[in-house]
Write a protein that binds this ligand. Sequence first.
Ligand code: SF4
Length: 224
Amino acid sequence: MTTETRLAIALAAARPYESRWDHDAACKGAGGDRFFEASGKAQEESRGHCRECPVLDNCLTAVVKRESFSRDRWGVVGGLTPAQRIALAWEQRLRGHGPDLDVARMLMKPAWQYRLHPLRCSGLTPDEMAESLRIDGLVTDGMTVRLAVWWLGGKGAWVTWRTQDRRVERLVAEHADVMTRLRELGAIHAEVAAYLGVEFKYVTRAVTLMEQSRVAAEDLEVAA
Ligand code: SF4
C-alpha cells in the first residue's frame, strides 16, 4: 500500500467531514496530510488548528467513538495526537466515564489558562492540578484537566520525572498498581506507556522488574 493510499484511508476514517458540523472544521483546506505527519512540528501545527476549531468537542467525541472498536490511531484529530487518544481511551476505561468536555473547554479560556499555566510549569500531575483548582471553586477530575492541558499544547503526563535517576524503579514504586490494572484490562505495553506519558522502553523494563519481584516473592513464600 502506498503512502498516498494509506493517507487517503486514514483521512476518510478519522475525519469528521460526513457530519453536519463538519463545515465549520478549522482543518478544512488546511492541508489534511499535514495532520497525518508524525513529526513533532507537524503535530504541533495541527494541534494549533484544532485549538482554534469551533467544533473541537464534536470532533473529539466522534473520533473517540469511532476508534473505540480499533487499536489503530492515525493523525491529529480532535486536538489530540494518536498517543493522547490511546491514553484517553484507557483512562476512560479505568474511570468508567469520559472527561467533562465543557470544563476542559472552559479551562482553555484566558482567565483559566492564567491559573493553569503555573500549575503545569510546576510539574504537577493532572490529578494534583485538579486538586489545586478546587481552591478556585472548580470541582473536576484529573482526566478533564489532562484533556485541557493536551488541548493547550502540553504533555499532560501522569509521570513526572523530577530526577534522571532510577526511572524504572520509580515507575514501579509509584505506578505499579495502575500498570497492573491496565494490563489486566488488556492494555499492551505501548498503550500503558501512552497512558502514563513515558517512553515504551521504561514500561517494558518496569514490567520485567515487576514480574521478577513477583517470582522472587513466590519463591520466598515456597521456601518459608
Ligand atoms: S478539531 Fe481538529 S481535526 Fe477536528 S475538525 Fe477541528 S481542526 Fe479538524
